[in-house]
Design a protein around this ligand. Structure first.
Ligand SMILES: [Fe+2]
Ligand SMILES: [Fe+2]
Length: 358
C-alpha cells in the first residue's frame, strides 16, 4: 500500500534544505540598481536628518534581541498537515524578503563606501539588521526541518534592475508595510495569547522597530532629493508603487487565509488594516496616497482573487501546456484590466499639506 501521508510536501535540494519557491509576479523580488548614480547623489538638503538616523542605527537597539530562548527547544510536530505547510511557506516568504533586503543593502554599503560614506554606513547597518532577521527566520524553518540555502538563493534568484528613485519608492513601502504587518500580528497575539502557536511572534515587537527605522531612512533619503517627490511623474509613480505593493500583499495573503486563521486572524481584515495604516504612513512623504476607502478598491481586488483561484486551478489541471496558456489568457486580461481600473481610481493628494505636521 502506498502511504500518501509520507509523501514529502516540499522538494528538497538536499536533506533538510528546501528548494526555493518558484518565482512568480507575487513572490519577493531581488533588486539591483545604478550604484554609480546612487553614489553621486547629493544628500546635503537633508543631511542632518540622515546623520541622526545613522546614529540610531549605530546604537543598535536590537543587538541582543534575536536570541533563541528555551521555548524554541521542543518538537514542533504538533503543527502538522496543512497548517505546517502554510507555516513553512510563511517563514520562507518572510526569510526571502528579509534576505533580499540584506543583499541589496550590503551591496549598496560596499559600493558607496568611498563616495557617499553617510549613506554607505546606513546601508551597511541596515544589512546587519536584515541579516539577523533572515537568519532568525531561517533558523525557525529548521525547527520544521526545512531551511533555505541562502548562498544558493543569492546565485539563482533573478534580480530586477530599478533606477535609484524606484528603489526608494519600493523599499520605503516594503519597510513600512513590513512594520505594520509585524506590529499588527504582535498586538493581535498579545490580546489572544492562546493563538501564539510558535515563539517567533513574540520577537515581532522590537523587530518591527528595525523595519520602521529602515522606512524612516528611505523617507529621509527621498526628502533629500525633492525632485523625486514633487512633480507629476512622482505622483504617477507613487500611485503605481502603492497599488503594486498593496495588491501583491492582498492576493498573497487571501490565497493563504488559512495560515492567518491558524493564528486567529481573519486575512481580509488583517490586510485591510495593514493597507490602511501603510497608506496613511506613506502620506507623510509621498505626494499622493490611494483612496482605499472607495468600495471599488476592494471589489476589484476581489475579482483578481477569483481570477487567481482560476489560474491556479488551470495550473494544477492535466491539460497540455499550450492549452493551459489559452485557458489562462482571459484571466490574465481581466487581472490587467482590474489593475488599470484600480490605478485610475482618483488618488488623494497630500502634498498640499507640505510643511505642516501630518
Ligand atoms: Fe527586516
Ligand atoms: Fe528592513
Amino acid at each position: 500500500m502506498v502511504n500518501t501521508l509520507k509523501k514529502p510536501e516540499f522538494e528538497e535540494l538536499r536533506p533538510g534544505i528546501k528548494v526555493p519557491a518558484k518565482e512568480t509576479i507575487l513572490t519577493p523580488r531581488f533588486y539591483t540598481t545604478d550604484f554609480e548614480a546612487m553614489a553621486q547623489m547629493d544628500i546635503s538638503a537633508n543631511e542632518d536628518e540622515l546623520r541622526a538616523i545613522l546614529e540610531e542605527f549605530r546604537a543598535d537597539y536590537n543587538r541582543h534581541h534575536f536570541v533563541r530562548d528555551e521555548e524554541f527547544n521542543q518538537s514542533w510536530d504538533r503543527i502538522d498537515g496543512e497548517t505546517r505547510r502554510l507555516f513553512i511557506e510563511f517563514l520562507e516568504r518572510s526569510c526571502t524578503a528579509e534576505f533580499s533586503g540584506f543583499l541589496l543593502y550590503k551591496e549598496l554599503g560596499r559600493r558607496l563606501k568611498d563616495k557617499n560614506p553617510v549613506l554607505a554606513e546606513c546601508f551597511t547597518l541596515m544589512s546587519r539588521d536584515e541579516a539577523r532577521h533572515a537568519g532568525f527566520l531561517n533558523k525557525a524553518m529548521s525547527d520544521f526541518k526545512l531551511s533555505l540555502d541562502l548562498g544558493f538563493l543569492t546565485k539563482n534568484h533573478k534580480y530586477t534592475f530599478f533606477k535609484p528613485k524606484f528603489i526608494f519608492y519600493a523599499t520605503y513601502l516594503s519597510e513600512k508595510i513590513g512594520y505594520w504587518r509585524y506590529i499588527t500580528i504582535y498586538r493581535h497575539l498579545e490580546q489572544h495569547p492562546e493563538n501564539r502557536i510558535y515563539p517567533i511572534f513574540r520577537f515581532f515587537e522590537n523587530w518591527c522597530q528595525d523595519e520602521n527605522r529602515h522606512g524612516d531612512f528611505f523617507d529621509a533619503i527621498m526628502r533629500s532629493q525633492p525632485d523625486i517627490l514633487n512633480d507629476w511623474k512622482a505622483r504617477l509613480w507613487c500611485r503605481f508603487f502603492l497599488l503594486s505593493v498593496f495588491a501583491t500583499m492582498y492576493l498573497n495573503d487571501i490565497q493563504r487565509a488559512d495560515f492567518y486563521a491558524s493564528i486567529g486572524l481573519e486575512a481580509r481584515s488583517y490586510d485591510k488594516y495593514v493597507i490602511e495604516k501603510t497608506n496613511e504612513t506613506a502620506g507623510r512623504v509621498f505626494p499622493v496616497i490611494l483612496d482605499v476607502e472607495n468600495p471599488e478598491f476592494y471589489d476589484r481586488l476581489e475579482i483578481c482573487v477569483k481570477n487567481n483561484e482560476q489560474l491556479r486551478a488551470i495550473d494544477e489541471s492535466s491539460s497540455p501546456k499550450f492549452l493551459k496558456l489559452l485557458r489562462k489568457l482571459p484571466y490574465f486580461v481581466s487581472n490587467g484590466w482590474q489593475f488599470l481600473k484600480l490605478y485610475l481610481i482618483k488618488p488623494i493628494r497630500v502634498d498640499s499639506l507640505e510643511g505642516t505636521v501630518r
